[in-house]
Design a protein around this ligand. Sequence first.
Ligand SMILES: [Zn+2]
Length: 498
Amino acid sequence: MKDNMEYESVIGLEIHAELLTKTKMFCDCLNDSEEKQPNKNICPICLAHPGTLPVINKKAVESVIKVGLALDSEIPEFSKFDRKNYFYPDLPKGYQISQYDEPLCRGGKLKLYLSDDPQESLKEIDITRVHLEEDTGKLIHPEDKKSTLIDFNRAGIPLMELVTESVIHTGKEARIFAQGLQVLLKTLGVSEADMEKGQMRCEVNISLKPQGQKELGTKVEVKNLNSFRAVERAIDYEIQRQTDLLEAGDKIIQETRGWDSVKEITFSQRIKEEAQDYRYFPEPDLSPLHLYSKTKEGGLFDLDKLKAELPELPWDKKQRIMQLYNISSAGANLLLQDDKAFLFFEDTVTKLDPEYRESGTPLAYNYLTTDILGIIEKKNLKWEDIKISPQNFSQLINELVLEKISSRVAKDILLEIILTNQEAEQIIKTKGLEKISDGSILIPTINKVIKNNSKAIEDYKKGKENVLQFLVGQAMAQLKGAADPKELEKLIREKITG
Ligand SMILES: [Zn+2]
C-alpha cells in the first residue's frame, strides 16, 4: 500500500430503506418485499395507469418523522412531494414521487456508537436530510433468455432516503455509520433494514483532495452496495484507486461505478458529463403535508407525543448495558445488534439468584455470547429454533456460581438444553455430573492416574510444576469432567509429595 497521507478522502452516504408498512406508499397494495410470485401486489395506481390518483400512506410519513426525531433532525411544519422525472423501464410513470426542496427531516446527527473504539464512538456524523419516496419495480434478467422481465411488486413500496453530509473519511467509519443506522431503524420498528434482502441499500460518493485544500475533488459515486463489508471495502478500494491516479498525475473522472463483490473492485458504469436534470416539480395530485402545528392546532401529527413514545434509543441502551451489567463497549455492541439475544440476556439476569447476581451476570453474558450464539451460528439455527428458556439458563448459571458443576460440564449440558430445554438440574442429577469433591470417590481414580503416569511423576519430583495440571486433566477425563478441579489438584499433590 502506498502512503496516501497527502490526500484527504471526503465521503458522503446515501442510504435507502424500505419502510415496514402494511400497504404501499400511495395505494392499498400489500407492502411485501419478500413476495416470491411476481406481479402479485399490484394495482392500477402503482402501475401508473392514466387517471389514477395516489393517496399518501400516513404511517410511512410517521415512520420517517420518528427517524428524524431520533436523529434530532429539524422537522418542518410543512412538507410536500415532488415529481422526479426520468425514464427507466422499472418506473412505469416516467417519474418517481419523491421529495425535493421540502423534505420531512432536515439535519440531525448519528454517532458512530457501534464502534468498539471509545474515541471513534463519540464521533457524530451530520445528516443532511431524510425524505420519503416510492421504490421502483425490479428488472429480472433470466440467464437463458434474451429478454428482460419486470416485477412490479416492489413498485410503490415506501422508501426512506437518508443523505449524510460529506464528513466521513474512511470505509470503516462508513460501515459503522450504516450498521448504526440499521440498528436504529430496527429499534424504531420502521424497517427490517436487511441488506441481503435489499431492504436497505447504500450508495457512497468519494472524492479526494490534497490535505489542507478547501475545494473538493471530483466526486465518484459507487452504487448498489448490498452488504456492510461491500460499503467498507468499496470505499477503501476507491480511496486507493483515486490516490494512485492522482499520484500518477492523472485526472479523476466524474462517474458512477459499480462494485464487484467477488473481485472486490469497483468498475465504471456510467460517465456523468453534467448533473442530471430531473425537472422536479410539485406533485400536482397530492396536497402539501401540514405535519404539525406549532400552536398545537391542526396538523397530522403530535410531535411531542411521537417523541415521548420513541423506544429506548440504541446509544442510550448501550450506555445502560455497559453500566448496569458491567459489559465492555464491544460486548454491548454485540447485544445491540442482536435484539433477541439481548432480551434473552436481560430476562436471564432477572431470574438469577439475587444473592449471586453480581457474579452470575458476567457468566450469563459469556455463556450466551460464546456458547449459545456459537451453537446458533455453527448449526445455522435461528433464535426460534432455540428451546432453552431464560429460566433454565439462569438455573445453569446458578449451579456454576455455586461451583456445583464445572465449566466443562456446563458447556456439555448447555448444548443439550439449547435443543431440548430439559431442566439443567435434572440433567445434572440423572447423569451424575455434580462436581465430586468427596475424596473417597476421587482417590481410586487418582491412584490409577498416578500408577499409569510414573514418568510424569518423576518429572514433577524434579521440579516440573506444570505436570500437575496434566495429571489433573487425566483424572478429570476419567471422571467425565464432573470433579472439582481444585480438590483434585490438592489430593494429587498430597499423594505425590505425601
Ligand atoms: Zn398498488
